[in-house]
Design a protein around this ligand. Structure first.
Ligand code: EPZ
Length: 435
């Protein structure tokens, strides 16, 4: 398994292009199962999560052909349920979207319980509640989820989500697309990838309104036709590069972004005295002055994203004064703090709050990526630390960041990936659950 070795202390300069959004891709690939024709998906990120989901569709009988590295044609006309997918579905959090797409497509579903980065309990009760309201009978046992629609087809329903959930919103939208009648989902999540999924489905003939607000209305249609769709850029990848520049200093133009999606991140970085200039599809991040402390609370969109919490924490480690970070989405997303402490960070965690005392500099050290965004935070910390940082378990990082080493090197970072043969434990890790 690769390790990253970073010699810190170099400011970043230049231009970096952001890839397609991971969390849109992992919803849209399963949703492609509903399409009765060939659907072309463009701007796919080249990451292991998307590769695994495409492989799952292939194992179910889909034809998947790459037009180029980031464009794929998917033809799901001959798919069927298959137990060959189970070892892969167990290793992908987003495999829970297969419940919605299988139910929508076949009126029945059979998959495994999803895995997931371990930042607290990750229930799927709202997904299940939604599927039941749409008329599915669901049984869960021995790690498998089986579901069946009463008359072979789901029916429209009114569903109120007790918790704002990205996953439940997406899953129910997918399931309701081909259901008989009208579905209204209240108290839904509003993340950009939810709008992207609705746009994808609508471009193939679905009738979904209200994505991006807190109520989504879906009129079920008989079939979806083929077409082509280009994914939005990844908000979190862009935010991660923004924090990297904030931490190291320098000036970087971040291209292929939707600046509106980054406003929650830009606002915080500005409070920290980082300059952000927005263009139509780029932002320029520049840090010349010392960083100021600030407080951050993560919330569902348009709040500050939980998936940027570890990275902003790595930046706040150098800010003058005391910052308070409150995690408002997950129960336990501060495991990475112990790794930052190995680099000299002064952070105290109490429940869902972390108090960060700014230090003059972090010191390079051997650390591990506990999960995808925790790993990204280690990269940010390593880039600005004095000396050498070695990051283990980078497989987590590569699940969500396309070519992070190449992109950072092009900005002047001294980072290399060092390959070593996998130990048996590392081989197991490769099959573990993902975010
Ligand atoms: C998605 O996870 C993302 N994953 C996560 O991205 C992200 O952290 C999260 O949304 C929040 O933005 C994917 O898109 C694959 P939720 P998801 O359902 O859908 C509770 C990353 O780093 N909840 O919005 O699983 C839950 O416990 C990652 O890219 C219920 O109580 O998150 C949490 O407290 C990791 N019941 C909150 O809602 C449910 O049925 C939000 O979870 C579902 C969720």
């Amino acid at each position: 398994m690769d390790k990253y070795v970073i010699k810190g202390g170099k400011p970043l300069y230049g231009e970096v292009e952001i890839s397609g959004a991971k969390n849109a891709a992992v919803a849209i690939i399963p949703a492609a199962m509903l399409v009765d024709g060939v659907c072309r998906i463009e701007n796919l990120p080249e990451i292991s999560d998307t590769e695994k989901l495409l492989r799952i569709l292939e194992l179910m009988g889909a034809r998947v052909s790459y037009v180029n590295a980031t464009t794929v044609d998917v033809d799901c006309r001959s798919v069927g349920l298959s137990n060959k997918i189970y070892s892969l579905t167990r290793s992908i959090r987003a495999s829970y979207y297969l419940i919605g797409s299988m139910l929508g497509r076949f009126g029945k579903a059979s998959t495994t319980m999803p895995g997931g980065c371990n930042f607290g309990v990750r229930p799927i009760d709202q997904h299940i509640k939604g599927m039941r309201a749409l008329g599915a009978t669901i049984s869960i046992g021995r790690g498998l989820i089986k579901a069946e629609a009463e008359d072979g087809r789901l029916h429209g329903a009114y569903i109120y989500l007790d918790k704002v959930s990205v996953g439940a919103t997406i899953n129910i939208m997918i399931a309701a697309t081909l259901a008989n009648g009208r579905t209204v989902i209240e108290n839904v999540a509003r993340e950009p990838h939810i709008v992207d999924l609705a746009n994808f489905l609508n471009s193939m003939g679905a009738d979904i309104r209200g994505a991006g607000t807190d109520t989504i209305k879906i009129r079920g249609v008989e079939r979806l036709h083929g077409g082509s769709y280009s994914l939005i850029p990844d908000q979190i990848e862009a935010g991660t590069y923004m924090t990297a520049v904030a931490a190291t200093g320098g000036e970087v133009k971040i291209t292929n972004v939707i600046p509106r999606h980054l406003e929650c991140i830009s606002a915080k970085l500005r409070e920290m005295s980082v300059s952000i200039t927005e263009g139509d599809d780029y932002v320029v991040v520049k840090r010349e002055r010392p960083l100021l402390c600030t407080n951050v609370k993560t919330q569902p969109y348009p709040g500050f994203p939980t998936d940027m919490q570890p990275q902003i924490c790595a930046v706040l480690c150098h800010a003058t004064g005391t910052s308070i970070i409150t995690e408002g989405v997950w129960d336990n997303r501060f495991k990475y703090v112990n790794e930052l402490k190995k680099m000299g960070a002064e952070i105290t965690v109490s429940g869902k709050t972390a108090i960060v005392e700014g230090v003059k500099t972090l010191i390079g050290a051997p650390v591990a990526a506990c999960d995808l965004r925790a790993g990204a935070a280690m990269v940010v910390a390593g880039l600005c630390a004095e000396g050498v940082t070695t990051i283990e378990d980078v497989i987590y990082i590569e699940r969500g960041y396309q070519n992070i080493v190449g992109k950072l090197r092009a900005l002047g970072a001294d980072i290399v990936a060092v390959s070593e043969p996998d130990t048996p434990e590392e081989q197991d890790k490769r099959m573990e659950s993902v975010c």
